[in-house]
Design a protein around this ligand. Structure first.
Ligand code: SAM
Ligand code: SF4
Length: 304
């Protein structure tokens, strides 16, 4: 049974079911929810699978994100014990490091330093992470990188992305070797086979990156529909260097597999794959906070 909560005077229906390895639709009435905060809709890339790539800019001047309203919303979600992980996304969040810094500080100020916070980035300006006041309290920076070869990755993003030598040099400077993680979409002609997945994992091992995600395309546009690659098909063909340790699903909404890879030099890399199969479930399984300063149940249903 979904649960009904009241937020800012509105009734909101939230999913109670949790991920499990069978189809038994297990419930947790104390379930908490991830929050995705989009601090900008501006991006310098032109990824063909993304529906957020219309406003291309190298610099960021928008002043519309309201940090005070975000803090007010965070207070309410905290008060109601509804929050799990928080993730900052965009557009490209590192286009405006000053705003990113303010948002990160605001999140820790309201939710405390034990809050699990991650940032999604295409890697632009990534060395600026060291300038964030709270970078040591951030759990993870998820770098979107959709191929193990720099030139293939640049081609897909439509600009010169952060290259492997630059990621390695940043990784060497960081005390927390678990801060940087890599996320690859599974896309036809990019990472679309077991061999490519293992080449990608080998690259991650060489960079000292401990965790990699392989994410299925959501059908947001024609490109995503036509270039979809099913992780279950790929994972059937992985070599014995990869061990799948769990498969989970959440009703018919999303599913994932989790595993470990042992590299040629014996380094272990965690990996997972997940895909969202129902983009508009009846009850929301997460919150989002948009660049227009709206708190939403799921990704479109405005609450406040
Ligand atoms: C919209 S981006 C914003 C953050 C940053 N610009 C980046 O690319 O990581 C957030 C995440 O959405 C993912 N994404 C974009 N379009 C997608 C699609 N059609 N299906 C699945 N994930 C998608 C990106 O790969 C990225 O991991
Ligand atoms: S870098 Fe991120 S926000 Fe920009 S177009 Fe690509 S997926 Fe979209």
């Amino acid at each position: 049974m979904p649960k009904e909560v009241e937020l800012f005077g509105k009734k909101v229906i939230l999913r109670n079911n949790i991920c499990s390895k069978d189809d038994l639709n297990r419930e947790d009435k104390y379930r908490t929810y991830n929050l995705y905060i989009s601090i900008t809709d501006v991006c310098l890339a032109s990824c063909p699978f993304c529906n957020n790539n219309t406003k291309k800019k190298q610099t960021f001047t928008d002043k519309k994100f309201n940090v005070e309203k975000l803090k007010f919303v965070l207070e309410e979600l905290k008060e109601k014990n509804l929050l799990n992980r928080v993730s900052i996304t965009g557009g490209e969040p590192f286009l405006n490091v000053e705003l990113l810094n303010k948002v990160v500080n605001a999140i820790f100020e309201v939710l405390g330093y034990r809050q699990y916070l991650t940032i999604n980035t295409n890697g632009f300006n990534l060395d600026k992470v060291l300038e964030l006041d709270n970078y040591k309290n951030i759990a993870g920076i998820h770098i979107s990188r959709h191929h193990y070869l720099d030139e293939k990755n640049d081609q897909l993003f439509g600009f010169k992305t952060i290259h492997l030598d630059e990621i390695k040099s940043l990784q060497n400077k960081l005390e927390n070797k678990h801060l940087l993680r890599l996320n690859s979409l599974l896309i036809k002609n990019y990472i679309d086979s077991a061999e490519n997945v293992e080449n990608y994992l080998e690259m991650a091992a060489n960079l000292g990156i401990f965790r990699v995600g392989f994410v299925g395309l959501m059908p947001l546009n024609e490109f995503s529909k036509q270039n979809y690659v099913e992780y279950k098909e790929i994972f059937k063909n992985l070599s014995p260097d990869c061990a799948i340790v769990s498969n989970l699903k959440n009703a018919n909404i999303c599913d994932c597999a989790n595993g470990m890879y042992i590299s040629k030099d014996g380094t272990l890399v965690e990996f997972y794959s997940r895909v969202v199969r129902d983009l508009n479930p009846q009850a929301a399984g997460q919150f989002s906070y948009t660049v227009e300063n709206n708190l939403c149940a799921g990704f479109g249903n405005i609450i406040y």
